[in-house]
Design a protein around this ligand. Structure first.
Ligand code: GLC
Ligand code: MG
Length: 245
């Protein structure tokens, strides 16, 4: 990836995926670029679910795949970045998280292949989300709390999250001077969109992102999904926009 001068790091559902025609146009635009564009998918899905979506939608193979809301990083051949994995385990107590959650019947635990994150779905009693957050804090359980789409709660190891995983990947695998765009549509994308790198909130984003305070290099697209990524790419790197500040 170090040889690629351009890089798109994008969420999948509701961002890269969601408008097939717009995605076709974006990929055509990238393919016509004289410089290759590296791709990193940064998704809330677990590995096999992300792979299933990639196959279903016929997505291009990414250079790297960050899954499970930034708790895991995989190379194209399926090899995991073990340093990241080990770092995530350090103060992680998934059993304690599950135990505390058991007091909140409104939280339905998501079935996941392992406990590198502990996730829930909440439907009717949204008040339970804050109560759960307080209970985790009261017990001083090290964690990162992510609430997305008014539905999904992800409890992650303290140093996880899409933003931290992406920063790690950029430091380790990308050129320092890479032309970068980061794209997302919901709460689990917030930390990576706030890093200060050129970033886009796509037009169809969830309320929690539409409410985000303006921050450096954060662009709000009018277009939805891949159309919004295309719009932002032109905003940051289109003709006459050679530098980003
Ligand atoms: C995706 C994942 C789900 C997660 C959600 C929010 O939908 O499949 O497990 O909770 O993203 O991060
Ligand atoms: Mg999304």
């Amino acid at each position: 990836m170090k040889n690629k001068k351009q890089l798109l790091a994008t969420d999948l559902d509701g961002t890269f995926v969601g408008d097939k025609d717009a995605l076709g146009r974006l990929l055509e635009y990238f393919n016509s670029s004289p410089e290759e564009v590296a791709l990193i998918y940064v998704t809330g899905r677990h590995l096999s679910s992300a792979r299933a979506l990639m196959a279903e939608e016929g997505l291009p193979l990414p250079d790297l795949l960050i899954t499970d809301v930034g708790t895991s990083i995989y190379h194209t051949d399926g090899l995991e970045d073990i340093n990241w994995k080990q770092d995530m385990q350090e103060d992680w107590q998934p059993g304690m998280v599950a135990e505390i959650a058991a007091a909140f019947p409104a939280l339905e635990r998501q079935e996941l292949p392992d406990d590198r994150r502990v996730s829930f779905t909440v439907t009717d009693d949204i008040g339970a989300v804050d109560e759960f957050r307080k209970a985790l804090d009261a017990e001083a359980i090290p964690h990162t709390f992510i609430f997305s789409s008014n539905r999904d709660i992800d409890i992650l190891p303290s140093r996880a999250g899409k933003g931290n995983a992406l920063e790690y990947v950029l430091r380790k695998y990308a050129r320092d001077d890479v032309k970068l765009l980061i794209a997302g549509d919901s709460g689990n994308d917030r930390d990576m969109l706030s890093l200060g790198h050129p970033s886009v909130i796509v037009g169809n984003a969830q309320a929690e992102l539409l409410e985000m305070e303006p921050c450096k290099n954060l662009f709000r697209a009018n277009e939805n999904c891949a159309g919004g990524i295309h719009e932002a790419w032109l905003h940051f790197y289109g003709e006459g926009r050679k530098s980003v500040g």
